[in-house]
Write a protein that binds this ligand. Structure first.
Ligand SMILES: Nc1nc2c(ncn2[C@@H]2O[C@H](COP(=O)(O)OP(=O)(O)OP(=O)(O)O)[C@@H](O)[C@H]2O)c(=O)[nH]1
Ligand SMILES: [Zn+2]
Length: 191
């Protein structure tokens, strides 16, 4: 059991997932005949737990859970730390970023992909939950593309808010410019 705001909720575990990861789903009941709102949240220990302002993960998770508390929905908490390269590599990438690299270049300098996440595992979780027609909360176009490739009908993509801090401005700009994240409000906030 877990608590999402004022609601208690069950955490769902899975066996036999394609990558054998210990991913979990937090499922809050929705009104019958509505389409579930789903958030794929990639683990970020530094942002989710320790409040790092280098990224926007913590506030995005809070936003998703607050929405689910009100209207129901599902958060898939995916153990894909550091866009799939792991925590220690992400911390090494931060050192390179402090020396001038952007968030994607830093991964390449470590000999890793810019984003190694495969959302096939998220699609498998949604199939197991019987949630194959969804509304998706994300700014990352790759998530909708990959889910659709794996048989999930994404009928709507809803953006999260933009959480700009002094520390994450370069990181957010790189996401908008290089990986095509829909951060339309970012330029307004930066100007
Ligand atoms: N390699 C690397 N990973 C990072 C960095 N900053 C955050 N992450 C990881 O990136 C993941 C979150 O990815 P984001 O690109 O911020 O967001 P997203 O999940 O792709 O897209 P949204 O759905 O719009 O939030 C988490 O696993 C974080 O640990 C970084 O500088 N380098
Ligand atoms: Zn983060």
């Amino acid at each position: 059991m877990a608590r999402v705001g004022g609601r208690s909720t069950e955490l769902v575990t899975f066996s036999g997932l394609p990558d054998d990861g210990e991913h979990v789903a937090c499922v809050l009941p929705i009104e019958p005949s509505t389409t579930p709102l789903v958030r794929l949240h990639s683990e970020c220990l530094t942002g989710d737990l320790f409040g790092s302002e280098r990224c926007d993960c913590g506030p995005q998770l809070d936003e998703a859970l607050a929405r689910m508390e009100k209207e129901g929905g599902t958060v898939l908490y995916l153990r894909q730390e550091g866009r799939g390269i792991g925590l220690y590599n992400k911390l090494d990438a931060y050192v390179l970023q402090d020396q001038g690299s952007d968030t994607f270049e830093a991964n390449r300098l470590l000999g890793r992909g810019t984003d190694e996440r495969d959302y096939g595992v998220a699609a498998a979780m949604l199939h197991a939950l019987g949630q194959t027609r969804i509304r998706l909360l994300t700014n990352n176009p790759d998530k909708a593309v990959q889910l659709r490739e794996h048989g999930i009908e994404v009928i709507e993509v809803l953006p999260t808010q933009v959480y700009l801090t002094d520390e994450n401005a370069r990181y957010l700009s790189a996401k908008a410019q290089i990986s095509g994240h829909t951060l339309n409000a970012l330029e307004e906030k930066l100007s």
